[in-house]
Write a protein that binds this ligand. Structure first.
Ligand SMILES: [Zn+2]
Length: 173
């Protein structure tokens, strides 16, 4: 036995690249995908990160608003090709038209109808849910979520004009 060809056993951590936000995350065995356009690991990480907000949202309007902003930021990074880009339009409503996130969500099908279906998402993202989770020990969640939504909206810059137009259509239709 020479041992020359014997590979050194690597720690068996498999990773996957999220098709939406590009996060490289460990594959968690048995975790099923829970979000279209996202890897199962990424969707799972988002669910864990906002679990506290989800639990408080029923009693706390600020938690509910923050949950909505988080969901819009996450969805805007995980669009399904060919589906309406509703989440970036909701970001436009909240950030550029001063529409309360809950009301932007309540516009529902009007946003879906107005949202473009042919947008090319940014190829790189400044901040992902993986960055958010990594910073949670040192920065509080509301601050992180707002910075994340700012970054996601900024990353969508090439489509801002169309997203603003769609936001206005959703408000006036
Ligand atoms: Zn992702």
């Amino acid at each position: 036995m020479t041992g020359i060809d014997t590979p050194t056993p690597e720690p068996a951590t498999q990773t996957s690249v999220c098709p939406g936000c590009g996060s490289v995350l460990a594959v968690v065995p048995g975790l099923a995908g829970t979000h279209a356009g996202a890897s199962a690991s990424c969707a799972g990480l988002f669910a864990v990160t906002v679990r506290g907000l989800r639990e408080e949202a029923g009693q706390d309007v600020r938690a509910a608003a923050l949950l909505q902003v988080s969901t819009d930021a996450y969805d805007a990074q995980h669009l399904v090709p060919g589906a309406p880009a509703a989440a970036p339009v909701r970001l436009a409503l909240a950030r550029e038209r001063d529409v309360d996130p809950a009301r932007a969500a309540a516009l529902g099908s009007r946003v879906d109808d107005a949202a473009p279906r042919d947008l090319t998402p940014p190829s790189r993202w400044t901040t992902t849910v993986a960055d958010l989770a990594a910073d949670l020990d040192v920065v509080d969640l509301p601050t992180l979520v707002r910075a994340w939504a700012d970054a996601v909206w900024a990353d969508w810059a090439p489509a801002h004009a169309r997203l603003r137009a769609a936001a206005d259509t959703a408000l006036t239709s």
